[in-house]
Design a protein around this ligand. Structure first.
Ligand code: ATP
Ligand code: MG
Length: 441
């Protein structure tokens, strides 16, 4: 079983030291997250499963010991290794009182670092893995997923039920709703998280290669097969194979998939040897598979094999309650990434985001915030949002208006936005000024 690399969070305001530590630890095969401040470290802790925290003490603003104290309280299972420049008996006492598991005195060698890391990680048992993935938040969260709507709650409930077994799961939802994130949450929060999660986009691999990529081949099976090769099925052994856009898999491959899922065995191309596989399959689709079945483009028997458990990820417009949390998350994420600081959003800008219908779902929201963060300084305001959002029609939820009324309301709204300038308003509405005057009557 392929082991997942451990995640280590490094916190130091000195970029050179961060780089150096990163290089050392990466050469020991750890996966590194870096933070230059305590604030940034907190965001990473909130969203990521961290196996070990390594922090410097002396940092501007908030010092490392405060971080250790906070982590001790909120993430008691994460071992905490403190790096200190000033060895003294009192200092060491302080360090341990804060909840640190161990400390390293500067300067240290790569070997000393390795020993300290090994020791810290050894004391850690991942019995808490699933629970620890749930991030503390206003809503309920799973790994990187957040939300507070009943629809989101329903998804996390299903994840809870399937994460520790190997039942096949089919995730349905429009593009950008978070299907892949759901698949990752199932894998990384469950019992098999240390084995691999292998995503395969069935639509992106040419038909003639897909079978070879999935099941592997033996030397000489076809021209160009110069060696034996494993496929994604073997790579996912013990873990999860994520078949994205399953609706695009050609019928020939569907037949083989059916057998692989049903019998839990596969055969490499060109080989006669049957290999047992022990994996969980999660498939996702944004197309209507039932329709594809009716048109003989998708095998009905495969469909039933895949839908042992079904998760429907609703479009964002049907769970608008999640929008504020998502906005907050993306504003924080991109604020730190692009502006190196905490950013906010004005209430009226947020209101506009909550009204929009989001055809591209969460991906569209994320891209939009990313852009707005770049365009704004500090607080995202209405002016930082694209025009098509600012002028959207505010459909009342309960009361429906005649089209004429609605047109008038909308024209008034656009006019107000351009400070009563009729020429500009007419331009935006793509009508002439005379028509505009009539509409406003
Ligand atoms: N609940 C959530 N909380 C935070 N971020 C989310 C959530 N759901 C989705 N996202 C983010 O939205 C983006 C789109 O998600 P994802 O790629 O999982 O969607 P998808 O349904 O697989 O889309 P597609 O059908 O286009 O492949 C990603 O950047 C993801 O991190
Ligand atoms: Mg996807």
């Amino acid at each position: 079983m392929a082991l997942r690399k451990e995640n280590i969070l490094l916190v130091d305001d000195d970029l050179d030291i961060l780089e150096l530590l990163q290089r050392h630890l990466q050469s020991m095969d750890y996966h590194i997250f870096k933070a230059v401040s305590v604030k940034q470290a907190l965001y990473i802790l909130k969203d990521t499963f961290i196996d070990l925290l390594i922090t410097d003490i002396q940092m501007p603003e908030v010092d490392g010991l405060q971080l250790v104290r906070f982590a001790d309280e909120h993430y008691p299972d994460i071992p905490k290794l403190v790096i200190t420049g000033y060895p003294s008996v009192n200092g060491a006492l302080e360090v341990f009182k804060s909840g640190a598991t161990d400390y390293l005195t500067k300067p240290f060698t790569k070997d000393e670092l390795k020993q300290a890391v090994d020791k810290s990680l050894k004391g850690k048992i991942r019995k808490d893995a699933p629970k620890a993935l749930t991030i503390p938040h206003k809503g309920k969260g799973y790994a990187e997923m957040i939300g507070s709507s009943p629809a989101f709650q329903k998804i996390t409930d299903i994840i809870d039920r399937v994460k520790d077994n190997k039942a096949t799961v089919l995730i349905k939802g429009e593009s950008g709703t978070g299907k892949e994130l759901v698949a990752r949450a199932i894998h990384y929060s469950g019992t098999f998280s240390r084995a691999s999660f292998i995503p395969v986009n069935c639509g992106a691999i040419p038909e003639n290669l897909l079978e070879a990529e999935l099941f592997g081949y033996i030397k000489g099976a076809f021209t160009g097969a110069n060696e034996n090769r494993n496929g994604f099925f073997q790579a996912a052994e013990g873990g999860t194979l994520f078949l994205d856009e399953i609706g695009t898999a050609p019928l020939s491959v569907q037949t083989k998939l059916l057998r692989a899922i049903q019998e839990k065995e596969i055969t490499k191309i060109g080989s006669r040897k049957v290999e047992k596989v022990d994996i969980r399959i999660i498939a996702a689709t944004n197309s209507n598979l039932q329709e594809a079945i009716a048109q003989n483009e998708f095998r009905e028997d495969l469909y039933y094999r895949l839908t042992v458990v079904e998760i429907n990820v609703p479009p964002l417009r049907d769970r608008k309650q999640d929008i504020p949390l998502l906005v907050e998350k993306f504003v924080q994420k991109y604020g730190i990434e692009y502006k190196d600081r905490l950013m906010g959003i004005s209430p009226d800008a947020l209101q506009i985001l909550q009204r929009y219908h989001w055809p591209g779902n969460i991906r569209e929201l994320e891209n939009l915030i990313q852009r707005a963060v770049i365009m704004s300084d500090g607080i995202i305001k209405v002016k930082d949002l694209p025009d098509h959002l600012k002028f959207q029609i505010d459909f009342p939820d309960t009361e429906f208006l005649p089209l004429k009324e609605m047109e008038k309301e909308y024209a008034k709204k656009v006019l107000a936005h351009v400070d009563g300038n009729k020429t500009k308003a007419a331009e935006i509405l793509q009508i002439d000024r005379k028509t505009l005057r009539e509409k406003l009557k």
